[in-house]
Structure formats: structure tokens, C-alpha cells
Write a protein that binds this ligand. Structure first.
Ligand SMILES: [Zn+2]
Length: 305
């Protein structure tokens, strides 16, 4: 890692890539699309109410926006940051137009539970708030199985099922490898509203996303139910619980196989997500983007003579 500088300024490789794009290098454009398009769709989905078809359109529009603006790229940020900024702006505009845009902080709200409430014993019954349907524990699989095709598919589905806000954070942090500060800047997150740690733990640690329900934050003083453990697990992973709550969590995790499995699964998801190869891009999408690239009026490309 080249350190903080690499996160905030364009690298020599970025500048060279921009030169190649401006020279009309189709292969360079195709590989850039291959590298970032799936993550762009994932992030866009957080702004358009989770509609994948609209998110796909937003990502395609962002590529066209990038081409329009490429002549003005000055390298004050990395190409990736610049690209995702265009994406987020495109997504916000689209979300507003469709009246589906929600402020990012609201994505972490209690309307969107981390796990469907039906999976816990309902209030009023004995064991209320504890697992009715505990998670099936696939995280205990050996490492090589975790990277197998079918497990990768399971991890992708696990990411797809996350609340939109958490998914955008994970996509940027763990799939794209953006540092926490960059994620916060791109998504316009503040710690105060989301609970996500912007200065957060170093990349590579288990502590990652933390966009959990505000309602569930007050467990102080009693033994947490499984439901509360699940809602607060990101705080637990980020080391954001006070010592008393942390001790109660640890105690609960020691005694509750369901919650222990949930935590292992989450950690495995985070670990595998960081190594996922980019998803396949439909031929039609790639064809459309390449056609746009070919007809793009490149800045500085004047006809000979
Ligand atoms: Zn439990």
C-alpha cells in the first residue's frame, strides 16, 4: 500500500489509463468497466430504493457522465473516487426524480432490520426475541470451500439481502477496497447519523460496517435478546459498545449457538467479500457501453489535416 496519498490522489497508473481512454483505447475502457461496474450497480441500488434495473441504468449513465467529463479529470482524486462520485451524484439525481431517494442515514433505520423479524420468537412468548429460526452455519466451512463457486454465490446473496445502506458500505469498503474515510465522503455519511465509523479500524480487521438500527442501541442494563444481538452486531464488531454491553454480548455469544453462528457468518461474508472477483457483466450492457465509447467525441481528438 502506498498509504494515504494513494487514497486521495490519482496514481501514475490512473493518469496513464486516462491517457489511454482519451486516445480511444477500447480495451482499456472495457477493463475499467469490468472492474467497477458490478460494484457501481450495488452502490447505486442504495439510492434508488433497491431497484436493480434502475440501479443498472444509473451505473450506465454514470459511465456516460464519466466520458463526458474525462477531459476535465485533473487527478486530484483517484480515478476510482472520481468515478464513484459521478455515480453517487447520478444516483441521487435519479433517486430524487423518482422520489425514491432516502437520506443515507435513514437507510440504517429500524424500518430495515438486519434479519427478518419472523425469525425471532414474537413478543409476549417465553424466549421472546430469541432465535425461532437460527442461521444455518456455513461459515464454519474450511477456507478453500469458502472461496468455491457455490459459496461465493451464497456470499453474494448474503450481501444482496443486506439493508441498502450496509450493502453500499460493504461494496465500497470490502469489494472495491476503499478506505473508510473515502467511503464516508462518497456516500455522504457522518458518524453521528449512521453509527458507521469513518475513521474506523484499519482495513483488514474484522470490524467493518456499522449502520444499525438506532432503536436497538439501548440494551444497557439487561441481557440482550438474539434480536438485539443481531441489530447491534456491527457495533460489536467495530468495538463501539460500552464495556458493560460488550461483556453481556460476549456472555450471550458463549451460550447462544444461533448468535455465534450469525457472527461467524458475518465475519466470513466480510472476509470473502473482500476477495470477490467482479461479477459478470451482461454482454448487452458491455456492448452498449462500448458502442457509447466508440461514438464518444473524445476531447482533443481532432480530425487529421
Ligand atoms: Zn442469541
Amino acid at each position: 500500500m502506498a498509504g494515504a496519498r494513494a487514497a486521495t490522489a490519482a496514481s501514475a497508473a490512473d493518469l496513464e489509463l486516462v491517457e489511454r481512454l482519451l486516445a480511444g483505447d477500447e480495451g482499456a475502457f472495457a477493463s475499467l468497466v469490468g472492474r467497477h461496474h458490478p460494484a457501481m450497480v450495488g452502490v447505486a441500488a442504495a439510492y434508488v430504493g433497491g431497484d436493480r434495473a434502475v440501479a443498472e441504468e444509473v451505473a450506465q449513465d454514470a459511465w456516460l457522465g464519466m466520458l463526458r467529463q474525462l477531459g476535465r479529470f485533473e487527478g486530484r482524486s483517484s480515478l476510482r473516487t472520481w468515478l464513484f462520485r459521478i455515480l453517487v451524484n447520478t444516483a441521487k439525481t435519479r433517486g430524487r426524480r423518482e422520489r425514491r431517494s432516502v437520506p443515507f442515514s435513514a437507510l440504517a433505520g429500524p424500518e430495515e432490520p438486519a434479519v427478518a423479524p419472523e425469525r425471532f420468537v414474537p413478543a409476549g412468548e417465553r424466549w421472546a426475541g430469541h432465535w425461532a429460526t437460527p442461521p444455518r452455519d456455513w461459515a464454519a466451512l474450511p477456507e478453500e470451500r469458502l472461496e468455491s463457486r457455490e459459496t461465493t454465490a451464497v456470499v453474494r446473496r448474503a450481501i444482496d439481502r443486506l439493508p441498502d445502506g450496509q450493502r453500499a458500505v460493504i461494496t465500497l469498503r470490502d469489494v472495491e477496497g476503499c478506505p473508510a474515510a473515502e467511503v464516508c465522503a462518497l456516500l455522504g455519511i457522518t458518524e453521528a447519523t449512521s453509527g458507521y465509523s469513518c475513521t474506523g479500524p484499519a482495513p483488514g480487521s474484522a470490524a467493518r460496517w456499522s449502520a444499525t438500527s438506532r432503536r436497538a442501541r439501548n440494551v444497557s442494563g439487561h441481557e440482550p435478546t438474539c434480536h438485539e444481538v443481531v441489530e447491534l452486531v456491527t457495533h460489536y464488531l467495530d468495538g463501539a459498545l460500552d464495556p458493560g454491553d460488550r461483556a453481556r454480548f460476549d456472555e450471550h455469544l458463549r451460550d447462544c449457538e444461533g448468535c455465534a453462528a450469525y457472527l461467524r457468518q458475518l465475519r466470513a461474508t466480510i472476509r470473502v467479500a473482500g476477495r470477490l472477483a467482479p461479477g459478470a457483466i451482461p454482454d448487452a450492457t458491455m456492448g452498449k457501453l462500448l458502442a457509447a465509447f466508440r461514438s464518444w467525441p473524445r476531447p482533443g481528438a481532432s480530425p487529421p489535416g
